[in-house]
Design a protein around this ligand. Structure first.
Ligand code: XMP
Ligand code: MG
Length: 182
């Protein structure tokens, strides 16, 4: 845990709102085409992915006919490095059984969250499990799950905004910004 951080709202964003909406629109087209006729379950990881998911949903073609489910995947504490233990709550097993599940995640860092979540969804009998991650941190971790859809690759920095938080702050920012210790 660090005691203080610089103000991320000062200075330029790492990814601005226009870049995000253009990319999310492209992802919506791609996902609509790939899942045509399959009525996928979009499994939104709380809390961080809620902004990405709400924009992406509205970029899907109407005939995509998605179902929306939520899962709470959180590591404990407010650290800017991943802390030790992971907690997974949801989804209801019947909602994913025999379904094509697309996990919507805000950011892939160490991969621990998505490895655990994918395993759980497979155990619940999903027909397929893929990942759409808004952000993927550039880290040399070969065993990380590979998202089928990626918004942006970013350097190994801590970011906030567009749903991502530091100690529950900054989720409201319309762009993605770097948070640094002073
Ligand atoms: P893992 O390490 O499991 O981490 O891939 C994924 C989860 O950790 C959080 N995380 C971040 N949250 N800015 C954030 O606001 C970041 O730079 C960051 N890096 C990891 C996030 O909750 C994500 O789902
Ligand atoms: Mg978080």
């Amino acid at each position: 845990m660090i005691g203080a951080v610089t103000d991320p709202t000062a200075g330029e964003p790492l990814i601005d709102a226009g870049q995000i909406s253009a990319r999310v629109s492209e992802l919506g087209d791609e996902i609509s085409a790939d899942y045509e006729g399959r009525a996928p379950v979009l499994l939104i990881t709380l809390k961080g992915a809620f902004v990405f998911a709400s924009d992406l949903l509205r970029e899907l073609r109407p005939d995509t006919d998605p179902r929306v489910e939520f899962v709470r995947a959180s590591s404990y504490g407010d650290d800017i490095v991943s802390s030790g233990s992971l907690r997974l709550v949801g989804p209801d097993p019947p909602s994913v059984h025999d379904q094509d599940v697309l996990i919507l995640e805000d950011i892939l860092d160490t991969g621990r969250t998505l490895t655990a979540l994918k395993a759980r969804i497979r155990t619940l009998g999903a027909r397929s499990v893929e990942i759409a991650a808004l952000l993927v941190k550039d880290r040399p971790i070969p065993e990380r799950p590979r998202p089928r859809y990626v918004g942006f690759h970013i350097p190994d920095v801590f970011v906030v905004g567009y749903g991502l938080d530091y100690a529950q702050r900054y989720r409201h920012l319309p762009d993605v910004r770097v948070l640094e210790a002073p």
